[in-house]
Design a protein around this ligand. Structure first.
Ligand code: PHB
Length: 365
């Protein structure tokens, strides 16, 4: 296992925070769920907010499931601790530079402590993200790319202030999307729709709080208390899928193969679903010499990938302000929010997708 960054960096880098029940189950079944069960915050629903009023989507009531708020870097900490505890190595600050011979006897060439090394592999799990070296190791003529860019980004903050609501609030406002999320009872995570090239230096703390208050205001007088901002950053929004997700003995997982915009909270969950499919394939191969599940890796992952792409695209389109929307589109957009908030059937489709599609239903691994 090669990791480019230091252990400290990956254990503190702020990323996603929403785990589907299926993801929680995978982590617990793998023996890394103890702290997650203790510290994870169970949420039974979310709020959709627009026109200065809130509409609760009650997951428990609509689909009988819930989600868990537990930060991605906490999952990373638990995974690292578990692997080191059974004495399997992780090389931190090891930079993979080249992958060779994926179709026969794959090799990873990497740099560690100023020296060049290589690993001879049976298989390579390419979990190195969108900018990693694994996807480019697949010959371009063997890869199909499907992608979509959105004309906006998110400005995100982590703040030391108790979350203003005990559930996530997804807000649509004429000035753009806003999201209230959290990491713990003391730490809030908040986002604002901004321009893709937004200059963060133009956003002093007071301006961020002011804009959040404007967008999240309600008729009942919603109160958002500020607090010290611990971190700020701009997240671009894109949808991306590369297929096939495998080439010879190299497999692409998570962001190495696909990116979803964060609005559906699917990125981490989709990566865990890919890992689950690969793990099952590897177990079949090493236990029984059966190569078929590994051969089917892409097909087994892709149906969920596209279902999550559709949901993330839909949530993103519904909740953001598009520049230059004409009056027809603007009214349709509003009608969509109104429908989701007021129809049980429409809220149920949101809830069903948000809590996560089940594993092991026909075709959905
Ligand atoms: C987060 O807490 O970082 C978060 C939550 C929900 C989203 C995206 C991000 O849809």
């Amino acid at each position: 296992m090669l990791e480019r960054h230091t252990r400290e960096y990956v254990e503190t880098r702020v990323r996603a925070g929403v785990l589907e029940q299926g993801t929680v189950d995978v982590l617990c079944d793998s023996g890394v769920g103890a702290r997650l069960k203790r510290e994870g915050l169970q949420h039974q629903g979310i709020e959709l907010r627009f026109d200065r009023s809130g509409h609760r989507i009650d997951f428990r009531e609509l689909v009988g499931k819930s989600i868990t708020v537990y930060a991605q870097q906490e999952v990373v900490k638990d995974l690292i601790a578990a692997r080191l505890a059974y004495q399997a190595p992780i090389y931190f600050e090891a930079e993979a530079v080249r992958i060779e011979n994926c179709e026969n006897e794959p090799e990873i060439h990497y740099q560690h402590n100023g020296q060049s090394h290589e690993i001879a592999c049976d298989f390579i799990a390419g979990c190195d993200g969108f900018h990693g070296i694994c996807r480019p190791a697949v010959p371009p003529n063997k890869l199909q790319i499907h992608e979509k860019y959105y004309p906006f980004a998110w400005l995100g903050i982590l703040a030391r202030t108790p979350p203003a609501s005990h559930e996530l609030i997804y807000t649509y406002h004429e000035r753009g999307f806003a999201l209230l999320s959290m990491r713990s009872p003391e730490i809030s995570r908040l986002y604002l729709q901004c321009a893709p090239e937004e200059d963060i230096s133009l956003w002093p703390d007071e301006r961020i709080w002011e804009e959040l208050r404007t967008r999240m205001a309600t008729q009942e007088g919603f109160v958002l208390k500020d607090g010290p901002i611990l971190q700020k950053g701009v997240t671009p929004m894109r949808s991306f899928v590369a297929t096939p997700m495998q080439f010879g003995k190299l497999f692409l997982l998570g962001d190495a193969a696909h990116i979803v915009p964060p609005t559906g909270a699917k990125g981490l969950n989709l990566a865990v679903a890919d890992v689950r499919v690969l793990t099952r394939g590897l177990v079949e191969f090493y236990k029984r010499g059966d190569r078929e599940p590994l051969r089917q890796f892409t097909d087994r992952c892709l149906r969920r990938v596209w279902r999550c792409q559709r949901f993330s695209w839909w949530m993103t389109s519904m909740l953001h302000r598009f520049p230059n929307e004409d009056s027809f589109s603007h009214n349709i957009h509003h009608a969509e929010l109104d429908y989701v908030a007021s129809s049980r059937a429409a809220s149920t489709t949101l809830a069903e997708n948000y809590v996560g599609l089940p594993f092991d239903t026909p075709g959905l691994f």
